[in-house]
Design a protein around this ligand. Structure first.
Ligand SMILES: Cc1cc2nc3c(=O)[nH]c(=O)nc-3n(C[C@H](O)[C@H](O)[C@H](O)COP(=O)(O)OP(=O)(O)OC[C@H]3O[C@@H](n4cnc5c(N)ncnc54)[C@H](O)[C@@H]3O)c2cc1C
Length: 381
């Protein structure tokens, strides 16, 4: 058993950390205010090989493992979780289905530019009436000669407002069950009938742009179908573990920053003649935050390691995602309290960590959905 990163992983972590400190941290305040993603980061990160790191070298990727991707995500989320979220979509749900099931032409058209940061990907599954229950989607893609005609709408789509292409989950055969009737079709920005109807105003994760997408008689060539017709939901379900593990890594990164800042503040803030951290009630909060962050990290990297070994990891992925997101939310609550009135002021970043944290309980499967999976994996439900 070896709990250490390899020398290469340590070097990778240091280089991402230094990039995030130098190139991302100075942008955060401005882009948080603008509620925009600093778009130039895609090209910068692409040029440095930081996008889609697990993708194979033949397409320009680093051929790294999920442990490496978690290292990257953790470092980005230490600085800003919205930015980390957008980058995760690029190397995750916004592209992996093309890598795993697309044909060579699709890989050249989407994967190669995605790795370079020249095209931004998004994934559209969720709809106004279908969230956790993905099979309840209504969007349909009807065949018309060499085209699909797509009609429907998608909500809460990360990178939607800035994407160059979006993977759309749509019914291609309503007479069949969802795992045989829903397909994934790639739609390019600018295709007539496809529009971003609005950019959504969110509680947090302001640097991750989220949108509502509308498809109105949107004609897409049949060659844009990814993999086999009707198999889209299966592809998606197979990719879930990966997304859950990287989301856990994002929570670990965010929790580390929250802990560091709360620790620093509790050493510096003096009340009644001594630092507030000298009070056992504050020290115990920090002790728990440190313990839960560490436990979240261990669950996350263990799940990523299992994934890289090609081993079964549904239970571990859900446990990591659930535990890490809850640890992050708890840490952000405690930090708000430790910072007292300053924590509640918009000019300090603690309120942002608190607002951003809440999202981690919702995306990539809510906490209830993770518990359903874990309960099934331990033989219940
Ligand atoms: C900022 C943001 C970014 C997102 N990005 C994307 C994206 O890029 N692409 C995409 O397709 N989607 C995206 N989503 C959608 C996200 O995946 C869904 O919000 C999530 O799956 C939950 O769906 P819902 O919001 O419709 O909630 P619902 O499914 O309606 O759930 C509401 C509540 O009921 C609970 N619940 C539901 N079913 C059960 C059950 N069986 N048992 C117990 N409790 C249950 C849930 O846990 C939750 O607490 C994003 C969402 C947000 C907020």
């Amino acid at each position: 058993m070896d709990f250490d990163f390899t020398e290469e992983q340590m070097m990778f972590r240091n280089s991402v950390r230094s990039f995030a400190n130098k190139e991302i941290a100075p942008l955060v305040e401005e882009y948080e205010k603008r509620q925009e993603f600093p778009i130039e980061l895609f090209r910068k990160m692409g040029a440095l090989g930081y996008l889609c790191v697990t993708f194979p070298p033949e397409y320009g990727g680093a051929g790294a493992g999920l442990v490496d991707e978690c290292i990257l995500v953790e470092e980005l989320a230490r600085i800003n979780s919205g930015i980390a979220g957008s980058i995760m979509v690029q190397g995750g749900i916004g592209s992996t289905i093309i890598l795993d099931y697309g044909n060579e032409d699709q890989k050249q058209r989407y994967i190669v530019p995605a790795i370079r940061g020249e095209k931004i990907g998004a994934f559209g599954l969720t709809e106004p009436e279908a969230g956790s229950d993905a099979a309840a989607i209504q969007t349909r893609a009807e065949k018309a000669g060499d085209y699909y005609i797509i009609n429907g709408s998608k909500i809460f789509i990360s990178n939607g407002p800035i994407c160059d292409f979006v993977l759309v989950a749509a019914w291609t055969d309503r007479s069949r069950k969802p795992t045989d009737g829903i397909s994934v079709i790639v739609v390019d920005r600018g295709t007539p009938g496809f529009s971003v109807s609005r950019k959504l105003d969110k509680v947090g994760a302001w640097t991750a742009e989220t949108g509502e997408l509308v498809f109105e008689d949107c004609r897409v060539p049949r060659e844009n179908l990814i993999g086999e017709e009707g198999k889209g939901l299966r592809y998606l379900l197979r990719s879930l573990n990966r997304g859950r593990i990287t989301h856990a890594a994002s929570s670990v990164g965010a929790a580390r920053t929250i802990l560091e800042e709360a620790l620093k503040y509790s050493r510096e803030r003096v009340q009644f003649g001594r630092p507030i951290g000298k009070n056992q009630s504050i020290a115990f909060k920090l002790a728990r935050m440190a313990m839960e962050t560490e436990a979240a990290s261990l669950l996350t990297y263990h799940a990523a390691w299992l994934y890289d070994q090609g081993r079964k990891c549904s239970k571990e992925a859900s446990m990591a995602k659930l535990f890490a997101s809850e640890a992050r939310v708890k840490a952000s609550n405690e930090a708000m309290h430790i910072f007292g009135g300053y924590g509640y002021m918009m000019e300090y970043p603690v309120q942002r960590y608190w607002r951003d944290a809440k999202l981690s309980l919702i995306t990539e499967g809510t906490s209830e959905i993770q518990q359903i999976i874990i309960a099934r994996e331990i033989g219940l439900l």
